[in-house]
Design a protein around this ligand. Structure first.
Ligand code: COA
Length: 222
C-alpha cells in the first residue's frame, strides 16, 4: 500500500501533507470534495456514491489515493487497470470505468486508467494534483505496467467551440497559445495527448470531448 509524508510550500510556508490510500472512513469527505470540484453544469449524478467508492477500495485499493493537508482531506485520485489497445482508442468514460464502479478492473491489464482526479478549490495550485499523479506513476512502475492513461476534460473548449474544432483547440493548448484548466494541468504532470475522443462524458463545458493523455512507464518502453 502507499503512504508518503512530506511538505508542500504554500507561498513560503511549508505545510505537512500525506498521500495515502483512501478507506471507507474517508467516503463522506470524498463525496464532499466531488461536490466542490464538479459544480453545475456538471451533472451531480456523476459525483461518487458509496457503492462506487467501496468498489474502488475493494477491487483496486492501490489505485485509490488521497492527499491530506494538515490533517484535512484535500483531494483524491482513482484508477483501475484495463487492457488498452492503442489501435482502438475510441471509448467513453462510462465504458472504460463501468460508470465509475470499476467492476471491469482487470488485474492483468497493462494500463492504469484514471477514473477521476479532484482537488478542493481551496487547495488548488499547491502542486497537490501533480503530486498525486506522480504517486500513481509510482504504482505504474511498481506494477510494471506499460502506461498510465486517462481522458482529460477540456473545460475551456466551449468558449471557442463556435470557431474551432476540438483538435485545433488541443493544438493551441499544446503550443501554449491557449490554456485549459485540465489539459494544461495534465501537460504539466507529464501526460502526453494521443488523440481526441468524442462523446466521452456528459460534460457541457468540454462539449463532451476529451483528450486521451498518456504517460508511458520509462522502465517498460514498448
Ligand atoms: C485539475 C486539478 C485536479 C488540478 O489540481 P491542482 O492541485 O490545483 O494542480 P497542481 O497545483 O498540482 O498543478 C500542477 C501544474 O499544473 C498547473 N495548473 C494547475 N491548474 C491549472 C489551470 N487551471 N490552468 C493552467 N495550469 C494549471 C499548475 O500551474 C502547475 O504547474 P507547475 O507544475 O509547472 O508549477 C483541479 O483543478 C481540479 O480538481 N479540477 C476540477 C476537477 C477536474 O476537472 N478534474 C479533471 C478530470 S479529467
Amino acid at each position: 500500500m502507499y503512504r508518503s509524508e512530506f511538505y508542500v510550500f504554500d507561498q513560503d510556508k511549508p505545510v505537512p501533507v500525506i498521500i495515502r490510500n483512501y478507506t471507507e472512513a474517508d467516503f463522506d469527505q470524498l463525496i464532499q470534495i466531488q461536490s466542490e470540484c464538479f459544480p453545475p453544469p456538471f451533472p451531480s449524478d456523476l459525483w461518487w456514491n458509496k457503492e462506487q467508492l467501496s468498489n474502488h477500495v475493494g477491487r483496486f485499493p492501490e489505485g485509490a489515493i488521497c492527499i491530506e493537508v494538515n490533517g484535512v482531506l484535500a483531494g483524491s485520485l482513482t484508477g483501475l487497470c484495463v487492457e488498452f489497445d492503442p489501435n482502438h482508442m475510441e471509448h467513453t468514460w462510462e465504458e472504460i470505468t463501468d460508470r465509475g464502479y470499476i467492476t471491469n478492473h482487470n488485474p492483468s491489464g497493462d494500463t492504469l486508467y484514471i477514473v477521476d482526479i479532484s482537488v478542493r478549490p481551496k487547495y488548488r495550485k499547491l502542486g497537490l494534483g501533480k503530486l498525486m499523479m506522480h504517486a500513481m506513476y509510482h504504482v505504474v512502475i511498481q506494477n510494471k505496467l506499460v502506461r498510465l492513461l486517462g481522458g482529460g476534460r477540456m473545460p475551456g473548449y466551449h468558449r471557442v467551440a463556435a470557431t474551432m474544432k476540438p483538435d485545433e483547440y488541443l493544438k493551441e493548448v499544446i503550443t501554449g497559445q491557449l490554456k485549459d484548466p485540465v489539459i494544461s494541468f495534465l501537460l504539466r504532470c507529464g501526460r502526453v495527448p494521443i488523440g481526441i475522443v468524442e462523446n466521452y462524458l456528459d460534460d457541457e463545458e468540454s462539449c463532451n470531448y476529451a483528450a486521451l493523455m498518456e504517460w508511458k512507464n520509462p522502465f517498460n518502453p514498448i
